[in-house]
Design a protein around this ligand. Sequence first.
Ligand code: AMP
Length: 451
Amino acid sequence: MIELQFEGLPLAAPIQRALSEKGYTQPSPIQSKAIPVLLEGRDLLACAQTGTGKTAAFALPILHRLAGQRQRLRRFEVRNLILTPTRELAVQVAESFSTYGSRIPFEIGLVYGGVSQGPQVKNLRKGLDVLVATTGRLRDLIEQGYVDLSGVECFVLDEADRMLDMGFIRDIRKISELLPRKRQTLLFSATMGPEITKLAASLLYRPEEIRIAPKVTTAEKIDQRIQFMERGDKQTHLVELMGQRMKNNPGELNLVFSRTKHGARRLAQKLDRAGIRADAIHGDKSQAARQKTLDRFRAGRTPVLVATDVAARGIDVRNITLVINFDLPSEPDNYVHRIGRTARAGASGHAITFCSDEELDLLRAVERVIKQSVPVDRDHRFHSASIAARHRDGLNSRPRNTGGGGRGGQSKRRRFGKTSLRTALVPAAKRSGRSRFSQRGQQRSAGGRRG
Ligand code: AMP
């Protein structure tokens, strides 16, 4: 099959030139799918991560339109509005517009909080072809009468799931109420949960839907290990491991993943109390606080950062040499994103996953996604041979209250674990149709645990 080239896309010549100057020849999958649809003026709902080339996917069609028919701008008018969850992403998006649009005249502005609004207002006054904004400051400026959204032609929500996680839904709704009904709307999100689907249904009109599977092959340069241990041993093990790292690998950065915000906070405190400089980053922190945390981490002043999956998406730190999964991710794809934080820019990196009995199902899901089994590291004092054996034998997570503690309210299958229940209740000769049985059981146990 011949791969599509940028030249094959009907983009204006000055944009083609800018792309070839940048060294881009082939559109990424999201670009080749989205650009033709967007050039037709359709709405778009795209499930794609950062790193897939999604910025160019929405920037190029907007720039193409600007290259063709640029109209005079009214005072404070905005023609194309891009909302992002963070200031860093807003800056990155604006830079991409400037790069891809380097050969066409257009006005671009940036609006975000934490800095004086004066220069932003001055920029808005002349009218903007493209405004990239975070929601809070944008609402402030709208309320002061500095932004006119009545002529917006294209509205883009970038990393919408992160915006929702950070609590910006009200801002998004308020802002979208000010847009003209007739417009093009694009929503990009790394995940498609029910809240995103609801938001999309209220903002988009018959959207084209594109789903770009995250890259599921793990980087070859990452040395991955799994360490089996009881849940209750994880904290002590982490503290000891980090203590060794501080001694043997000073100056290297360590990123620890926790499934919950609360867990992230608690782990950072625990490490800190043990004399290991650590900090947590999660969605509850303000933008400014997160930025400070990241700056300290990057500079090596707090060499251990504990993060949740959502908060970590914005982290682009080059010299992380170790990623620890304190908890297995509840979404197996996230394993790939997590460990991809190390071994950046050609460096090699390590990833260690702590796995307790309750997480065997999640580990199996991860191994299915990465299409390989992660080597086991037994060389630590908390190694649990029995959990390792359960994993090796393909057994599922043991329900937390096995061993006679089952209460009347639970189903028998949950109480005994499906394998033992099946072995116990069904005579061997009748044990047929195993796969259907175990599939059902597996779904049930995964659902139960998450809920
Ligand atoms: P994004 O997902 O938009 O953050 O883009 C990820 C990275 O890929 C950025 O550094 C882009 O500059 C780069 N990129 C985007 N599209 C292409 C392309 N078609 N060819 C090569 N690099 C690209």
